[in-house]
Design a protein around this ligand. Structure first.
Ligand code: PGA
Ligand code: ZN
Length: 428
């Protein structure tokens, strides 16, 4: 039994140098835990709203001092004496305190920090690793028997465009994915080799080797096709079978290039209508062995999502990120229409751990694949690695095998892989 003695918060910076929140919880039996929340850049129209100060004299209005003071002066004091085993009650109370469906009053960032702290403190009190406790919570709540059998397959970011890039490429992320039967530690090794292979190729061709906030390269290429071609070239130089051992992935994030009801991609002279664009995507699937196809279409076009999923859903994972954006109603509609076969979830799209677990359960129950994702603005908190293993997600998307705030999550997976007895620290 761990009773809350004190919950406090402070403003810290995320990986972009933009403010975010760090929380601290101390219990009466002296457990001390910390948690941090990430923040997105290419925000879906339908995701939860963060509380920002909008005080233009600090951090361009992005400060989170209001959120911090809500935790320090109001939420924290009210939770003193409450047991950390009551996560669901506390989460429901937080939602009521906010009172909106978009978290616009207290902010999705404020609620999520408090919820994460309760989860962490209880795991420590129960003497369980975080992934074990999340697994226990999930199985107990939904009367399931999810075994801690595997590490999710990682989707590694290699090249960035769109809102995450330097305005030359339209698609936001180009990925590399190993087959789902590859051991995680092996896939990480392969991803690093591919990443370095790309870097060397860019050097050889006097191209730009700058990287984006998620660690993917932002080279001075001109079309999406060129980005695919160069990844393919590196993959073909390895001893792997493309389309069997290794695949590519894509996060289109089309809000960046969907203009005047058309898809304006640089690979084609003119903007493409829905059918032309879908043809372009389906050709790329075959040509570049795409396995992960995230947000291929604009987020309100349920009919074309359904059409594309029907067309390619046996071959690729058509992944809803901004399309569902953690929103239960949108998930229901997407399932009813058969509009995707996988869903990506991110912290701070929903406000509490309880809602996150509910959403995960809904996704799995609907027979869809689950991807647990980082955000562009990350922290050194690795909670999502534990979450992904705890609920046995199919995939994780944590960025490139580079940059500390991404690597800390991959390293956590390596550590859990040893702990689950899948690999040994002395041989790979
Ligand atoms: P975001 O990007 O954190 O900017 O939302 C990640 C993604 O779109 O997958
Ligand atoms: Zn996305």
């Amino acid at each position: 039994m761990a009773q809350i003695k004190k919950i406090t918060a402070r403003e810290i910076l995320d990986s972009r140098g933009i403010p975010t929140i760090e929380g601290k919880l101390v219990t009466a039996n002296n457990i001390k835990v910390y948690s941090q929340v990430p923040s997105g850049e290419s925000l879906g129209k339908h995701e939860g709203i963060e509380l920002r100060d909008n005080d233009k004299t600090r951090h361009l209005g992005q400060g989170v001092l209001k959120a911090v003071s809500y935790i320090n002066d109001s939420i924290g004091p009210k939770l003193v004496g409450v047991d950390t085993s009551r996560l669901e009650d506390i989460d429901n109370w937080l939602l009521k305190a906010d009172g909106s469906s978009t978290y616009q009053n207290l902010g999705v960032n404020t609620l999520m920090i408090v919820s994460q702290l309760i989860l962490r403190a209880e795991a420590v009190d129960q003497d369980m690793a975080l992934y074990q406790y999340i697994n226990h919570l999930y199985n107990t709540k939904f009367k399931e028997n999810v075994h801690l059998a595997q590490i999710p397959t990682a989707i590694y970011n290699m090249i960035n465009g769109g809102k995450h890039g330097t305005k030359n490429l339209d698609f936001q992320e180009f990925h590399v994915v190993t087959s789902t039967s590859t051991k995680f530690s092996k896939s990480l090794e392969f991803a690093v080799a591919t990443y370095n292979g790309l870097k060397n190729l860019f050097y050889e061709r006097n191209a730009d080797v700058s990287v984006s906030e998620e660690g993917g390269f932002t080279p001075n290429l001109f079309t999406n096709t060129e980005a695919f071609e160069i990844i393919k070239e590196v993959l073909l130089s390895k001893k792997v079978k493309l389309g069997v051992d290794v695949f590519t992935g894509l996060d289109c994030a089309p809000s960046y290039y969907f203009k005047d009801n058309k898809y304006a991609i640089k690979d084609r002279g003119a903007s493409l209508n829905d059918d032309e664009y879908i043809d372009f995507i389906t050709e790329a699937i075959d040509k570049y062995n795409i396995l992960i196809l995230e947000d291929p279409l604009q987020e309100d076009d349920f009919n074309n999502w359904a059409k594309l999923t029907k067309q390619v859903g046996k071959q690729v994972f058509v992944v809803a990120d901004d399309f569902v954006a953690g929103n239960k109603e949108r998930l229901k509609k997407a399932v009813a229409k058969g509009a995707c076969n996988a869903v990506l979830i991110k912290f701070n799209q929903v406000g509490t751990i309880t809602e996150m677990l509910d959403l995960i359960h809904d996704i799995k129950k609907a027979g869809l694949r689950l991807i647990v994702s980082h955000r562009l603005g990350e922290t050194t908190d690795a909670l999502i690695a534990d979450l992904a293993v705890g609920v046995q997600a199919d995939f994780v998307k944590f960025g490139s095998p580079a940059r500390g705030e991404r690597i800390i999550k991959y390293n956590r997976l390596l550590n859990i892989e040893y702990k689950l007895g899948i690999s040994s620290p002395y041989k790979s």
